[in-house]
Ligand binder design. Structure first.
Ligand code: SPV
Ligand code: MG
Length: 298
């Protein structure tokens, strides 16, 4: 069995298990490598993370499909965990969505998420105008069906992300969309919300007849007090903690720069930053040098 299929099988098994799969957001390969050391189940290639950390641009559909794919490939190579790539709205129309699935699948990624935001999308956590249009449900279902028909392997996972609650269309619209996407053949439904009380999500879970029939995905950035077990008990199979390592990194970098700008000497930050040796360790430097020495000069 090849590496891609092994990872996809792990993810599929996790989605069918009693315990929730917990995926941690990574914006680069080293973050993905580190995620694997703490007992998590999967890595989320965050669109917000890649736009913010790799490009310093806003999460407004400005990163291209190939930039996202490059980030996902680097991340995938750095971890033995299954990788779930945030592919925004599939970067365009029906054929862009189809090509997105084909490219990510061929690259060995385990899963992609495609959301129903119109191009250009805005990050769902950004507090702008509350009500906005989405891709019409029939059109989004048509795109997802076409993408699924282009899939080559058995175990690749297509997650359809429903933005009805974020976009102000309510639970009925969310149910209608989730039904249509399931009917189109997707493998999981991500129901996104920024309602801190979980009231909206509970409304969806109470109303949607598909609960328990297909894996459900949550991104609890704005309802962060619920544990993975509590969200599993509500019916979620995959919990994506989408952006915490990136936010930790930004805060640590700012604190470090602030101290350096004040103290003007490197030792002022030494107690608070990783050692260079730790960086060498994280990427297997000693092992690589040992391999070279073992094999000897060519
Ligand atoms: C991301 O991490 O890019 C996501 C999750 O899509 S959210 O930022 O909540 O939209
Ligand atoms: Mg995103």
């Amino acid at each position: 069995m090849n590496r891609a299929d092994t990872k996809r099988r792990h993810l599929r098994a996790g989605l069918a298990a009693d315990r929730a799969v917990v995926a941690i957001g990574a914006h680069d390969a080293l973050t993905a490598r580190m995620v694997g050391s703490y007992g998590f189940d999967a890595v989320w290639v965050s669109g917000l993370g890649v736009a913010t950390m790799a490009h310093a641009i806003p999460d407004l559909n400005l990163t291209t499909m190939s930039e996202t794919l490059d980030a996902a490939i680097r991340i995938d190579r750095a971890t033995d965990l299954p990788v779930i790539a945030d592919c925004d709205n599939g970067f365009g129309g029906l054929n862009n969505v189809v090509r997105t699935l084909v490219e990510f699948e061929a690259a060995g990624i385990s899963a992609i998420s495609i959301e129903d935001n119109l191009f250009p999308k805005r990050n769902s956590l950004y507090l702008g105008a509350s009500k906005r249009e989405l891709i019409p449900v029939e059109e989004q279902a048509r795109r997802l069906r076409a993408a699924k028909a282009a899939q080559d392997s058995d175990n690749f996972v297509l997650i359809a992300r429903v933005e009805s609650l974020i976009a102000g269309h309510g639970v009925d619209d969310a149910c209608r969309r989730a039904d249509a996407y399931v009917e189109a053949g997707v493998d999981a439904i991500l129901i996104h919300s920024r309602d801190k009380t979980l009231g909206e999500i509970d409304g969806f879970l109470g109303a949607w007849s598909g609960v328990g029939q297909i894996p459900l995905v949550a991104v609890p950035t704005l309802f962060p007090t619920f544990t993975d077990n509590e969200l599993r008990a509500k019916g979620f199979n995959l919990i994506i903690l989408a952006n915490q390592p990136m936010r930790a990194a930004v805060q640590a970098i700012e604190a470090t720069l602030e101290t350096l700008s004040r103290e003007r000497r490197a030792s002022a930050v030494d107690p608070d930053i990783a050692s260079v040796n730790h960086l060498f360790e994280l990427v297997g430097t000693a092992e690589a040098i040992a391999l070279e020495d073992e094999i000897g000069p060519g």
